[in-house]
Structure formats: C-alpha cells, structure tokens
Design a protein around this ligand. Structure first.
Ligand SMILES: Cc1ncc(COP(=O)(O)O)c(C=O)c1O
Length: 144
C-alpha cells in the first residue's frame, strides 16, 4: 500500500498546468533570458509575459515583481530590502519564534547590524496572539 504523503509544507506535486506551461522552457526554449541571442530572447519574452501575469494577479506593476530562485532568497530579499529602505524610519522588526531559518537567520544578521528583533512566542496550537503583536509595536517598528 502506498503511504499517504502529508508533507505538503515542504514539497508538493507540480500542478499539471504548470508542468504543461513550463515544459517547452525546460526542453526547447532553454536560453538564458539575459542573453540577446535568439534562444535568450524567446526566454526573455516568456519572463516578461510571466511578470505581467503575476502583476495582474496581484494588482501591481510588473516592475514590482522580482523573481527569485526560491524561498530563502525571497525572504532574504524582502526582509533586508525593507530593513534598508526603512532604516531612517526605525530599526524594529517583529517576527515569531517559529519562523523558518530563512527568516530567523536574516533577523539575527540584522540584529548584529543595529536592528532590534522581537520574536513572539506562539501558543500550544502554533498561533500568535494578536494582543502580543499589538503590545510589541513601537514607533520604531518597520516590519511585522
Ligand atoms: C517559509 C519558508 N521560507 C524558506 C523556505 C526555504 O525555501 P528554499 O528551499 O526554496 O530556499 C521554506 C521551505 O519550506 C519555507 O517554508
């Protein structure tokens, strides 16, 4: 009997529509979109289209969409980007004690560079109490 897979938090099967859409770019149109030969420009057009589709989905401008290689790079980019952009407004970040290391390690890195990090505890069901978040907010808080 096949075991039941319960680790969707880590990986999931890829949606068949995604496989179908991606397949030509894994086999035929595999060029580097940053290169201006024909293989690259085909890939670049697909990246531009994908960026527009994601922007439409989120209701933002395509130049606000940054594609990364995965979760850790995304967390690093977002947290360090906000920390840098809002440094003049404040130095306080609120997170939880149960975040993925890709979040907690960035926060630790920023702590060594003058930021103050509050790590909120969770209850026995893994939830954060909204009142704890409210209490933790200060005039220096730039990111929760
Ligand atoms: C919240 C979160 N951040 C980062 C990661 C790591 O992602 P990656 O392996 O794509 O860097 C994971 C992986 O499960 C995650 O759940």
């Amino acid at each position: 009997m096949k075991p039941i897979y319960l680790d969707y938090n880590a990986t999931t099967p890829v949606d068949p529509r995604v496989v179908e859409t991606m397949l030509p770019f894994l086999t035929e149109h595999f060029g580097n979109p940053s290169c201006n030969h024909q293989y690259g420009s085909t890939a670049a057009k697909a990246v531009i289209k994908a960026r527009r589709q994601v922007a439409d989905l989120l209701g933002c401008s395509p130049d606000e969409i940054i594609f990364t290689s995965g979760g850790s790079e995304s967390n690093n980019t977002a947290i360090k980007g906000i920390a840098r952009a809002y440094r003049q407004k404040g130095n306080h970040i609120i997170t939880s004690s149960v975040e993925h290391p890709a979040v907690l390690e960035v926060c630790r890195h920023l702590e060594g560079r003058g930021f103050r990090i509050t790590r909120l505890a969770v209850d026995s069901t893994g939830l954060i109490m909204p009142a704890d978040v409210e209490r933790a907010i200060t005039s220096q808080t730039i990111l929760i």
